[in-house]
Design a protein around this ligand. Structure first.
Ligand SMILES: [Zn+2]
Ligand SMILES: [Zn+2]
Length: 372
């Protein structure tokens, strides 16, 4: 996956401009760090396969902080406009776009592009475009959802029902990270553990419960227990409680670990023989994950990891959340207060009892008129 820069994008790059000429206003990290400031900008010319939307909501993901602080990549593209959990209303569509039309409510996630050549690319052909060698992520250096306007290839948008709540935008990354592995691997009656009860974990509890699993929430803080029960956990294990951990040894068929630091041996000890450990949270790139092979070998365990799912898996998730009424518990910030959302994320999490921060553009849009 070659990394783009503003130079390689050329005239396909967004252009900062005067407010009066702007298609949108972004909340941009102008330099590495944790400070955002408003940045008026113009999109590149709308291609015939592209869609431009007015963003109504954008979720804030921990990866936004990793990108802004260059924890994952040393040479970031700044100004950086994160945001890959996007909900909005279609404004303009290119001539060849048939999937959506102006006025439609749409969602957008982590993947912006792939080759989509069904003749030559087995990944795209089989609905796994999230593994295509030409896959591209939504922002950096393109501008993402921390903006009033967003533009990308039409085929990567999800068409949403009118009733889809904008505050549920975090489904497009947090949901799309935990739903695909659970959907693939979990069948009714399985004993499933969810490690880490945060943005990803609270959704994983809901999904696993609705898939018919007997669910155990595994956390380091007892104050998450009541919430975990509400989200669908049947049992609760505190990782730091020796007795609880001892009682849980060898009890689970499957564990999904959503925490960003891993104790693989500890997770593996909770699995039954032939159980599966799925790692979802992605740590700071400087943190290597070390583990001993022996407990995995002796119990023939499977250890796997996954990135954000494909569009097909996204459509399946959207069906599933509609049937089961599964939405994230979020804290909403007015777009003008993006800095406060970033601060709460940098501190670890949105303020308890919320599990994800979401930017809401409506009040800002009352004061801003986009240029043509
Ligand atoms: Zn994310
Ligand atoms: Zn491809």
């Amino acid at each position: 996956m070659a990394r783009n820069t503003f130079e390689t994008l050329g005239d396909r790059a967004p252009q900062p401009c005067a407010l009066g000429d702007a298609h949108g206003v972004a909340m941009a990290f102008m330099n590495p760090g944790l400070t955002v400031s408003p940045l008026p900008f113009r999109h590149p010319t709308l291609l015939d396969n592209e869609v431009r939307i007015n963003v109504t909501h954008a979720g804030c993901c921990h990866s936004d902080i990793f990108m802004a602080t260059q924890a994952w990549f040393p040479n970031g593209n700044f100004p950086l406009v994160p945001g890959h959990e996007i909900v909005g209303i279609v404004d303009k569509v290119g001539e060849k776009v048939t999937k959506v039309q102006p006025g439609d409510k749409v969602g957008f996630g982590v993947w912006r592009d792939a080759c989509e050549n069904f003749e030559t690319c087995m990944q795209c052909r089989t609905g796994h475009e999230n593994f295509c060698s030409k896959r591209a992520t939504t922002y950096d250096p393109h501008f993402g959802g921390y903006a009033t306007s967003f533009q990308a290839k039409g085929s990567f948008f999800y068409k949403l029902d009118e009733s889809f709540p904008g505050q549920a935008a975090p489904l497009f990354c947090a949901g799309m990270t935990v739903f695909p592995p659970l959907h693939r691997d979990v069948v009714a009656g399985m004993k499933v553990g969810v490690v880490g009860i945060g943005g990803l974990g609270h959704l994983a509890l809901k999904f696993a419960n609705c898939m018919g699993a007997e669910v155990t929430a595994i956390s380091t803080s007892n104050n998450k227990q009541a919430d975990a029960t509400e989200f669908g956990a049947h049992h609760f294990v505190n990782l730091r409680d020796e007795t609880q951990m001892k009682n849980a040894i060898g009890s689970l068929d499957y564990i999904i670990n959503t925490a960003t630091s891993y104790d693989i041996a500890q997770c593996c000890s909770l699995l039954k023989p032939m159980g599966t450990l799925n790692l979802c949270g992605f740590p700071d790139a400087k943190e290597n994950v070390n583990f001993s092979l022996l407990p995995i070998l002796l119990n023939q365990l499977r250890v796997q990891a996954n990135p954000v799912g494909s569009r097909l898996e996204g459509e399946e998730m959207l069906e599933f959340v509609k049937i089961h009424n599964i939405y994230p518990r979020t804290e909403t910030y007015a777009f003008a207060d993006t800095q406060a959302a970033v601060n709460s994320l940098a501190d670890g999490n949105p303020h308890y009892p919320n599990y994800r921060a979401v930017l809401e553009m409506r009040s800002f849009m009352e004061t801003f008129t986009p240029a043509n």
